[in-house]
Design a protein around this ligand. Structure first.
Ligand SMILES: Nc1ncnc2c1ncn2[C@@H]1O[C@H](COP(=O)(O)OP(=O)(O)OP(=O)(O)O)[C@@H](O)[C@H]1O
Ligand SMILES: [Mg+2]
Length: 331
């Protein structure tokens, strides 16, 4: 079972939309998929679930069916992680339901991180909690793949979520903020990887039987989200930033050396440059379907028909690229 996180500390670069569409696509291609919403904003969950269902899973005395519910006994100190609920979305696609309350785990995850170095068993239980929840969810549906959505920050919750990921896909936008974001993101990922490795070496003997994540966080590549074309304000800088992404990624994320150069050659680390699908995205959200499954009855008629078909091909290609980069076997 592969675990792939979609991560960028820069917000609004299309992480959640990517996880949503790729989850449907991989399921369509015949894989058993878990979409895991580890962002306390829970946007992925609200893309998948109808409002009535959201009300049920997020009711006041609820949480039992969310990722927070599975984590809570461990955070409260009343037990270990509970068996997670997997929301059945469609054949081959299940959701680990997000929860605003997951933000409550931030302090505990932050506090327990140094305690791993003191070889405290509870610290290892807490830091591996999210990973163990995802593994249990995956196992319960014999998943081939877990796609993880996280929020846009470099906090302790995301560190634990990333420790749970074998591969990381980095969505970004061709602009100054994304470029600066990569300069924080790259070194942070490398530091988290090294620090988790250091902690694994200090695992206490009393928890030899506790399964722990490897914390590989292997950068699988980046996906560029094209800006919406605005007729009133052409995006002049677009080409310039596009040209700078390959070297910035190589230097900041892969930690390779060399000076920054502008290049026009195809970049092996580029997984896709995704179109801005404009009005199709709100249509998809309204219909609670991926863009590539929209029908005329959903409002996708006329010129939209070709765009829907192109979208299917774009995501199919992207799914294959990610699979190839992360060693995921496709049916
Ligand atoms: N390819 C696309 N075409 C059109 N709109 C898109 C596309 N990708 C994302 N969007 C829109 O851009 C906005 C931000 O996307 P999304 O929520 O996926 O980003 P995010 O990186 O998950 O944000 P956050 O950092 O807040 O979690 C949303 O309104 C979404 O509908
Ligand atoms: Mg998001």
């Amino acid at each position: 079972m592969k675990t792939i996180a979609f991560f960028n500390n820069k917000g609004g670069v299309g992480k959640t939309s990517l996880v949503y569409h790729l989850s449907w696509m991989y399921a369509d291609l015949g894989l058993n998929v878990i979409a895991a919403d580890l962002d306390p904003q829970a946007n992925l969950t609200s893309m998948f679930l109808e409002d009535e269902r959201l009300e049920e899973v997020w009711s006041d005395n609820g949480h039992e069916q969310t990722v927070y519910g599975a984590f809570r006994p461990l955070l409260d100190g009343t037990g270990d992680v509970a068996a997670p609920h997997v929301e059945d979305i469609s054949p081959g696609l299940g959701l680990v339901v997000g929860d605003l309350a997951l933000g409550n785990a931030e302090d505990e995850l932050s506090g327990q991180w140094p305690d791993c170095l003191d070889r405290k068993p509870r610290a290892f239980r807490v830091l591996s909690g999210l990973w163990r929840i995802l593994m249990a969810a995956g196992k319960s549906v014999e998943a081939d793949l877990v796609l993880i959505d996280v929020g846009p920050n470099l906090g302790a919750l995301n560190r634990a979520a990333l420790v749970a990921a074998q591969d990381v896909v980095i969505p970004l936008a061709p602009d100054l903020y994304s470029m600066q974001g990569l300069r924080n993101l790259g070194p942070t990922l490398r530091r988290w990887r090294a620090e988790w490795e250091e902690r694994l070496e200090r695992r206490p003997g009393s928890i030899v039987d506790l399964a722990l994540p490897g914390g590989e966080m292997h950068p699988a590549g980046y996906v560029v989200l094209q800006p919406a074309v605005r007729l009133d304000r052409p995006v002049k800088a677009y080409g310039r930033w596009m040209g700078r992404i390959p070297d910035e990624y190589r230097l900041s994320v892969l930690g390779e050396s060399g000076s920054l150069q502008v290049t026009t050659k195809p970049d092996p680390n580029s997984l896709a440059t995704l179109k801005h699908y404009r009005s199709l995205m709100p249509l998809a959200q309204e219909a609670r379907k991926p863009i590539f499954s929209l029908k005329p009855a959903d409002g996708a008629f006329g010129g939209h028909t070709a765009a829907v078909r192109d979208c299917y091909n774009d995501f199919r290609k992207l799914a294959s690229h990610i699979a190839a980069r992360s060693g995921l076997a496709m049916p």
